[in-house]
Design a protein. Sequence first.
Length: 214
Amino acid sequence: MTQSPRIRPRPGVLIAAAATSIIGLGLCAAPASAHTPNWEVTCSEVSVDLTAYSGRVDNTVTITVDGKDLLPTETFGAEFHKDHLALPEHSSSVEVTLTVKAADDDKYSFSDTKTAPACQGTPPQQTETPSQSATPSATPTTESPAPSESPAVDASASASEAAPSPAGGQSPAADLAETGASSSTPLLAGGAAVALLAGGGLLFANRKRRAARH
């Protein structure tokens, strides 16, 4: 029984098969390296680089700082680049969140949060205080009217008017000087009466003695 000769493949066929295998491996590995999000955060800015996304659909990207939009939602295709996006001034650390939605497959969507520290030398933010109301103008003081000046009254004239003058226009002192009477006159009169009574008594007693002798 004769054996059939072996058929060896040509070198060109082997090269073509190897190239096809390499291309197939590359296509299989491509999705692993696609949809590449890169971003950096400093104390004052944010930089974002999104590459290898599908350009046939509308992908979206959003950046927020402590829940507030820093970059409102934007659509992009195969790539997106945003450098030196300024952060709002802050005296303490803030949370920066990057959210990427891949429209071709949700498994390529991306969300990450980084902390932006406060820059050195940034003064602490002061809480705004309500503006003070204007200082009220001084309340005008109501001045009481000055009392009207009454004419000065001569004390001596008042005293002279208050005391009634005796009839005839003469003062009591003048009457006393003319009559010679004074406040001691009743005392002297009483003393004289006593002396007279005493003398009369002595005279009566002497008369009785004389009558008794005779």
